[in-house]
Each structure stands twice: as C-alpha cells, then as structure tokens.
Design a binder for this molecule. Sequence first.
Ligand code: ADP
Ligand code: ZN
Length: 215
Amino acid sequence: MDLILLGGPGAGKGTQAKKLVALLDIPQISTGDMLRAAVANGTELGTKAKAFMDAGQLVPDEVVIGLVKERLGEADCKSGFMLDGFPRTVAQGESLERTLTEAGRTIDHVVSFDVDDEELVLRITGRRTCGKCGAIYHLKYSPPPQADTCACGAVDLQQRADDNEVTVRKRLETYHSQTAPLISFYAERGLLREIKGTGLSPDGVFEKTREVLGR
Ligand code: ADP
Ligand code: ZN
C-alpha cells in the first residue's frame, strides 16, 4: 500500500504513522524526522535546512524532493510506504507523481487529518518526545507514566526547537498557504480520505483511519 498522510502541524500524522506501521508493515517516511537527523548530524543539508525549520518555513522543494526520491528507492519501500510530511507543496506533489509513474506505481490513499488551528497550537506547545525511543507525549492530554520519564524508562523527554507558540503560528500560516492546496489536488484525483480529528483521541482517529483504509 502506498500512502500519504496529510495535515497541519500537530494534526496527528506522526502519531498515526507509528500505529499504521505496526498494522500495515510498511515504512514511515517522515521528512521532518529526516531533516532533524541531518540537523543533529551537522551535515551540509542539515545546516541549510535548520534556518528554514526554525523560522517555521518550508525547506526548499529541491532539497526535500531529492531526499524523498532517494529514500523511496530503498529496498524496504518495494511493497509500500507511508509518507508523513511530504508532499507539502503542489510542486512536491507533482514531482512525486512523476517519480511514481516512472516506477510504475500509484498512490492508493491520501489520508488528510483535519484539526482546528487553536487545537493544533495547544497540541504542539504541550508536545514532548522521548529522545531514546521516539514515543510522543502531551503534557496534558497524554502525559508520560511518571513526570519526565518515558514508558521505556528513559528520562529524556524533549521539546522540539520549533514547537513554541510563535513558530507554530508561522507553521500554520505556511500550512494553509502552501500545503492545504494539496487537498483539492488529491481530491481531483479521487485519492482523498478526510478525517475530522478535532477533539478526538489518538485511538479515536486511528479507528477512523482504519475505516477509510478498509483495514
Ligand atoms: P510538523 O509538526 O509541522 O508536521 P515536521 O516534523 O513534519 O513538522 O517538519 C518540521 C519542519 O521540517 C517543517 O516546518 C519544515 O521546515 C521542514 N519540512 C518537513 N517536511 C518538509 C517538506 N516536505 N518540504 C519542506 N519542508 C519540510
Ligand atoms: Zn522512550
């Protein structure tokens, strides 16, 4: 199954992707995670990307498109993939379409998570991620079992550099102006599966996601 997860910052793409990996046994390809890894490793690409990310802007198309193309060519993507955070512009969507056509593949579903902006801000500013296992928590809505300690035992809950209110508002603007046009792009192609996520728990959203995927 070739899947795309679409939605604003904090809409639940990463959380649902982790649940879907277990269900579908296909790899999650998160461009945000790939870019953060490049930043942490201090690569040339990471250095270039960091300024855009910290400002809540998109990293230039050609950089991200190159990363994804390379990743989709790897062996574990042969029987399917789940794109999380890509495409984020219509140009990225068009490029992906060409790449897949050349490879004789097509997208099966584009799952779009729709959540109100004010809820997104609350979700993101309270988000913490375990530095060891990658588990995602929210200080209020899904707190770790003990303050500061992940279920895996690590005392390493981190806040992303771009998860502060000012940058979140900027990321929302970026989402509405540059990414949301992909909703009609995929609706026109008959691939859009919309899920209303406002006020729903991660498990509630997962149930709806399974429904639209028929799994
Ligand atoms: P979000 O919580 O906003 O969905 P991500 O982890 O997906 O965050 O991405 C974090 C940042 O990485 C974005 O704000 C953007 O700067 C950059 N980024 C991630 N994916 C892309 C992409 N496909 N195109 C351009 N920039 C991207
Ligand atoms: Zn952990």
